[in-house]
Ligand binder design. Structure first.
Ligand SMILES: Nc1ncnc2c1ncn2[C@@H]1O[C@H](COP(=O)(O)OP(=O)(O)OP(=O)(O)O)[C@@H](O)[C@H]1O
Length: 253
């Protein structure tokens, strides 16, 4: 496993408000790291700094050894992004949406079309290639966004709540694809409010509260380390269902 993402002492301020405080973590190839935190914990802000959609207030991010602040265009090319908003173009078909995105990566036209078809096959949407975006279900849209994120053969895919709002079947389909990608060597950075998703996909979990990493470990050893039975209990306990979380936040601030 080689290191793909290195987040070093990362902080983000919006005016006087600190959204992310001194966060450190590494994601390697074939590894999925999950950021687990309540609404407003700072997960999306962290991800946005990685893909240069938000400026870094303090600290450093390296993608494949390259400093994101110094080389945003280069580092972005190594990333696939599944953001909370799918940003699909409703005036284009499914295939056209992929092609339009692929043009940004200077892939030769013929090769691009082939690649788009392969990706539609991978996410099980081949039969929808020429359909309007509006004809897709929520789960299909998320699968298409995943295909779009894979167009540039990314080393790291950033997944901001990739299955929110989907039915159990659609979530399983997406999990299967993500596990396949991981096996193929891709690194994954995930946020999710679903504990089962984190347990299924993540090799390492960071519990974030008010922009601070409270605890870090595997989905199995985090509860053991912190004296809880399940990941959900650990998360609830550390993020405010007991006094201890506030003490840790104060100590780390
Ligand atoms: N552009 C912005 N300007 C000011 N404050 C912001 C901005 N974006 C986010 N914030 C604040 O930063 C904090 C972290 O937000 P962020 O979106 O990172 O949370 P999150 O952990 O991703 O939450 P969710 O689970 O709801 O997606 C929140 O308090 C939010 O209100």
């Amino acid at each position: 496993m080689s290191e793909i993402l290195n987040v070093i002492n990362l902080s983000k301020k919006y005016g006087f408000f600190t959204a992310v405080k001194n966060v450190n973590f590494v994601v390697s190839s074939r590894e999925c790291v999950a950021l687990l935190g309540e609404n407003g914990a700072g997960k999306t802000t962290t991800m946005k700094m990685i893909y240069s959609a938000a400026s870094i207030t303090d600290g450093q991010i390296k993608v494949d050894g390259i400093d994101v602040s110094k080389n945003p265009a280069t580092t972005k090319r190594a990333l696939g992004i599944v953001s909370q908003e799918d940003l699909l173009d409703g005036s284009l078909t499914v295939l056209e949406n992929l092609i339009a995105h692929g043009i940004c990566y200077d892939i030769p036209k013929k090769q691009l079309k082939e690649k788009c078809k392969e990706l539609l096959e991978f996410v099980g949407l081949s039969n929808y290639a020429n359909k309007e975006i509006t004809s897709l279900s929520g789960g299909m849209r998320r699968r298409l966004v995943l295909a779009r994120a894979m167009l540039n053969d990314p080393k790291l895919i950033i997944l901001d709540e990739p299955t929110t709002g989907l039915d159990v079947q659609s979530r399983h389909v997406i999990w299967k694809k993500l596990l396949t990608l991981k096996q193929q060597g891709v690194a994954l950075l995930l946020t999710s409010h679903y504990m089962d998703e984190v347990e299924k996909l993540a090799d390492k979990v960071l519990i974030i509260h008010q922009g601070v990493v409270l605890a870090e470990g595997t989905p199995d050893n985090l509860p053991v380390q912190n004296g809880y039975k399940t990941l959900e209990d650990t998360f609830l306990g550390l993020t405010g269902f007991d006094e201890e979380a506030n003490d840790i936040v104060q100590a780390l601030s």
